[in-house]
Ligand binder design. Structure first.
Ligand code: GDD
Ligand code: MG
Length: 366
């Protein structure tokens, strides 16, 4: 079966991680994010994937190649200008089969797509939306169903006074090709705002699921996704890699201090004497953690060096950063690629430092 994955958004909410790397290939735990989606699709028999790209398409293509590493045939289409979620689908029209999946390219989930496809067939739907409950539906598409699972209404980004259910669209749809007839060509069209409303009472169904689901589009949710993968809250092959100890230490890593599971320590990483790394930590390749440093609930990407006595907690540090002695990076702070922070700084409160920036010793205290 075929799937179209929409990856054309700019990923602005994940900056500075997406300032240098397109969102679909931002590393998550030990691989480009989108490969979790490809693995999930593969498990449900999808072997033909079309990536609908906009922003930095060649960056996505370069990392993923033809998909053979992931067991799928991968093709890439690039819109001449952003066409929106339905316009992008229309743009890929000539490549599409009679029935296919369409997916938002920023969700980590193990929804049972096979059951969703079965329900779609049984109900004779033109479109079946996967639905999941979330605590705050305001950032999503809110859906009410009739008893026969047909959609009663769909409200994209509902205002708080109109929220009376917690079921939202998970960004995973089974579609019949006939849906394309509703999309005007060559302009920006939103599937959520222009197409779903037309299909209500006319073949739009929901498939309610209680599987794990997370839109990884913000630093907080990116960290949450990392922790959930490490804890095994979502089914991924990382679980096997971590084994019963929930600790994966790659070849050539050197641990003189302590590594506390769940944690993933990349090849060539070094944890110096007296340093504590974990729990809930990903250290990329060749990351160096200096003596007596503490790294907890954090992602530190390839080649970053952390000096003596630093504390890094609840933060994301991209690759190639240098963090000076006794500096603290806390509370949702995100450092972009190649940032240099001198000694004795405290970076906290969700601060985002952009790629290549250099901060001298003692420059910031929160
Ligand atoms: N090719 C292409 N072209 N892709 C696009 C475009 C475009 O013009 N615009 C957005 N996308 C891609 C994004 O990269 C993302 O993977 C997906 O479409 C959805 O866009 P987001 O910007 O992430 O939307 P959202 O998260 O605010 O809302 C959507 O997802 C929710 C679930 O996470 C909606 O579909 C909601 O209804 C849904 O609940
Ligand atoms: Mg999104």
């Amino acid at each position: 079966m075929q799937a179209v994955i929409l990856v054309g958004g700019e990923g602005t909410r994940l900056r500075p991680l997406t300032s240098t790397v397109p969102k679909p290939v931002v590393p998550l735990v030990d691989r480009p994010f989108i490969s979790f989606m490809l693995e999930w699709l593969c498990e449900h028999g999808i072997d033909d994937v079309i990536m609908s790209c906009g922003f930095l398409a060649s960056g996505v293509h370069n990392v993923l190649g033809d998909g053979s590493a992931y067991g799928v045939k991968l093709r890439f289409v690039e819109e001449p200008d952003p066409r929106g979620t339905a316009g992008a689908l229309k743009f890929a029209e000539t490549m599409l089969d009679e029935r296919f999946l369409m997916l938002n390219g920023d969700v980590l989930t193990d929804i049972d797509l096979s059951s969703q496809i079965d329900q779609h067939e049984r109900s004779g739907a033109r479109a079946t939306l996967a639905l999941v409950p979330v605590e705050d539906p305001s950032a999503y598409g809110l859906v009410h169903l009739h008893d026969d699972h047909s959609v009663r209404d769909f409200v994209e980004k509902p205002s708080s006074d109109s929220i009376d259910t917690n079921l939202i669209s998970a960004g995973a749809y089974v579609l019949e090709r006939s849906v394309l007839e509703l999309i005007e060509p060559s302009r920006n069209v939103s599937i959520e705002r222009e197409i779903w409303p037309q299909l209500i009472g006319n073949g739009l169904y929901g498939f309610a699921s209680d599987s794990y689901w997370l839109d990884i589009g913000t630093p907080e949710r990116y960290l949450q996704a990392t922790f959930d993968i490490l804890e095994g809250n979502v089914q991924t092959s990382v679980r096997e890699r971590l084994g019963d100890s929930y600790l994966s230490v790659s070849d050539g890593a050197e641990i003189l201090g302590r590594a506390i599971p769940p944690a993933m320590i990349g090849s060539g990483a070094q944890i110096a004497e007296g340093a504590h790394v974990g729990s809930l930590v990903v250290l990329g390749q060749d990351v160096k953690v200096g003596p007596n440093a503490v790294v907890e609930r954090a992602v530190i990407l390839n080649g970053t060096e952390i000096a003596d006595g630093c504390v890094l907690r609840d933060c994301i540090v991209a690759g190639g950063c240098r963090i000076g002695k006794d500096t603290q990076v806390l509370d949702g702070a995100v450092l972009g690629e190649g940032v240099t922070v001198g000694a004795d700084n405290v970076i906290a409160g969700g601060a985002r430092i952009f790629p290549g920036v250099s901060l001298p010793d003692g420059a910031i205290k929160f």
